[in-house]
Design a protein around this ligand. Structure first.
Ligand code: PLP
Length: 401
């Protein structure tokens, strides 16, 4: 008999979708996998050299629990540049990916029963971690407002138990980028109601067209003492497997997280820390630019193909590296009950069986009629996969499957 807490979470929806794609590929099918939240590109030379150098120097010991001081200093400098205000190393902590940063935040901020407002569709891990920490996720729909929440809707969701508002911009899965007015209004609400903000900007390097990524502390500096900024090299340096993320926030929060992390994972992998430090010291922005231009190109190729869809609006794809499709043209509005109506899960199954395309169903993100496609894959594959996808979606009818 397992602990009751295990009923609060399941393996993440994106991991399940990836596993289904792998099974189909192992059975010999040609599968184009658009499920992954990672980017296909070679490793940054600075990262490679930094890691090799650390290994050649025989680095093998624990570091400080929340990261080497030189790395925290370099990150404090980076956050200072990103936000336009000075940050010190004592306000920064290095974690094993942003996932750990977010988990630490939930564990040190939430008391049992505290409510956390999460705009939906949401990245699956936000509510799972809130539940594990004993909190209660409260969702605010964003479908009718271009996937950026209306501040009035957030206000209406705030109760005496509310403790945190999660802001993820650009957002996973929708790619929506929060505008300055919304960020300022959220900051005001947070101050008026004495709340915290968890500000996840893991996709902040990737915004397109006229969209700009804004840090909430830059546009509303008064909210800095109530904000935990979460970021990661998983996306910005295509370094998912190396597991280096970080957060910036008030010193007391960092100290509490340090104590927590000292009983869980201790320091993030030391070689990966050295690699990221080398990158921060030596890189001239060239690799990030290359990554950005690769994604900009892939996004354009993808949008060209998707613009031929007849029943689904072309996604805006404002930021990140996902196309998020609104399937209401195929499935109708979201069902009010769990009736027999078809959902994005059925569309995902059909795409896998008929188009050989693996996608993530919006049900993983609290949206039964959304579909997420990652364009962080090789461009040729992307184009082929999307052509096959459009064909199947255009031919979709109620008897499909
Ligand atoms: N935050 C968001 C919004 C994400 O989409 C992800 C990963 O997909 C993460 C955080 C975690 O990234 P990592 O733990 O790899 O740094």
């Amino acid at each position: 008999m397992l602990a009751q807490r295990t009923s609060l979470f399941d393996s993440s929806g994106t991991a399940t979708a990836r596993a289904a794609a792998k099974v189909a590929a192992a059975a010999g099918r040609n599968i184009i996998d658009m499920t992954a939240g990672e980017i296909w590109i070679e490793l940054a030379p600075t990262i490679r050299e930094g890691a090799i150098d650390a290994i050649n120097r025989g680095v093998n010991r624990y570091t400080d629990t929340i990261g080497m001081m030189e790395l925290r200093e370099a990150l404090a400098w980076k956050v200072s540049l990103d936000t336009g205000m000075i940050w010190k190393a004592e306000e920064v902590s290095v974690t094993s990916g942003a996932k750990q940063a977010l988990f630490n935040a939930a564990m040190v901020l939430l008391n049992p029963g505290d409510e956390v407002i999460i705009p939906a569709p949401y990245w699956t891990t936000f509510p799972a971690q809130v539940l594990i920490a004993g909190g209660v996720p409260v969702f605010v729909g964003t479908r009718s407002s271009g996937y950026v929440p209306r501040v009035d809707d957030i206000k209406a969701a705030v109760t005496e138990r509310t403790r945190v508002i999660v802001v993820n911009t650009p957002g996973n899965p929708t790619g929506a980028v929060y505008d300055v007015e919304t960020l300022i209004a959220i900051a005001q609400l947070v101050i008026n109601r004495n709340l915290w903000i968890i500000f996840d900007e893991c996709y902040g390097n990737f915004v397109y067209g006229h969209y700009t990524h804004h840090s909430i502390v830059s546009v509303a500096p008064e909210v800095r003492s109530r904000t935990i900024i979460v970021n990661s090299f998983s996306k910005s340096l295509a370094l998912t497997g190396w597991r280096i993320g970080y957060l910036a926030g008030p010193k007391e929060v960092i100290n509490a997280m340090k104590a927590l992390q000292s009983h869980t994972t201790s320091n993030p992998n030391v070689i990966a820390q050295h690699a990221v430090l080398a990158h921060l010291q030596r890189d001239d922005g060239g690799y990030e630019n290359k990554l950005r231009s690769q994604l900009t190109g892939a996004r354009q190729v993808g949008l060209n193909v998707l613009s031929s869809m007849t029943r689904i609006p072309v996604p805006e794809a404002q930021g990140g590296f996902y196309f998020y499709l609104d399937l209401s043209g195929l499935l109708g509005p979201p069902p009010l009950t769990n009736g027999a109506k078809k959902t994005a899960d059925d569309v995902v199954n059909t795409l896998l069986s008929e188009a050989g395309v693996a996608a993530v169903s919006g049900t993983a993100f609290g949206d039964t009629i959304g579909l997420r496609l990652s364009y962080g894959i090789p461009t040729e594959e992307l184009e082929t996969g999307l052509i096959r996808l459009v064909e199947v979606l255009d031919a979709w009818n109620d008897t499909t499957i």
